[in-house]
Write a new protein. Structure first.
Length: 190
């Protein structure tokens, strides 16, 4: 089975003008008592600072603990993981290979409650510190993260998540023999 970012897993500051306001800093991540292995998400919006904290510490275990055992996760290129273990392994690989030393800044979350025991949480993000396959520094990226959470006895837990890259100025993607590229169909007015 393919693991993180399409390979077999090994075993063992936001710019303005993007919709992510500098003043919209996320709340602090839920704190973990010394003996507690998993984060407790008391309110749906808490998943955003918890994700940021886990990412910026390159902590795949903490990040995966935000998810239900049978959670789904779709990444920015459409890779789809179907359980907490796969989500953990994919991000462990990413932290070691693609994103070592990267920093993600999450914006203020937008929460939509779906009754009393479910919520959709979305947040824009800005990422720096990705490296290319050749080991060179890559440029910054921005996107939108969507979490679907369910209230359980221990708190809120993500049952699915989807991460989308923002392609500035584009409306969709176009596939051609040369590959996929973002495109804009409407005439631009200045």
């Amino acid at each position: 089975m393919l693991g993180a970012f399409g390979v077999l897993p090994e075993r063992s500051g936001v710019r303005s003008g993007t919709g992510v306001a500098r003043a919209n800093r996320p709340r602090r991540a839920p704190s973990l008592p010394a003996r507690q292995k998993e984060p407790t998400v008391h309110e749906p919006a808490d998943v955003v600072p918890a994700w940021q904290d886990a990412w910026n510490r390159a902590d795949a275990d903490h990040l995966a603990a935000l998810f239900a055992e049978d959670a789904d996760f779709v990444n920015v290129v459409g890779l789809w993981w179907h359980d907490r273990s796969s989500i953990r392994d994919a991000h462990d690989f990413g932290f070691r290979t693609i994103f070592p030393g990267s920093v993600i800044t999450m914006a203020e979350p937008r929460v939509r409650r779906l009754g009393t025991d479910a919520a959709v949480v979305q947040s824009r993000w800005h990422l720096t510190g990705q490296i290319s396959p050749a080991g060179e520094a890559a440029g910054p990226r921005e996107g939108i993260f969507t979490f679907v959470l369910e209230r359980r006895t221990q708190g809120w837990v993500a049952v699915t998540a989807q991460n989308t890259d923002i392609a500035p100025g584009a409306q969709t993607h176009l596939n051609s023999a040369a590959g996929q590229s973002p495109v804009h169909y409407r005439p631009r007015t200045s």
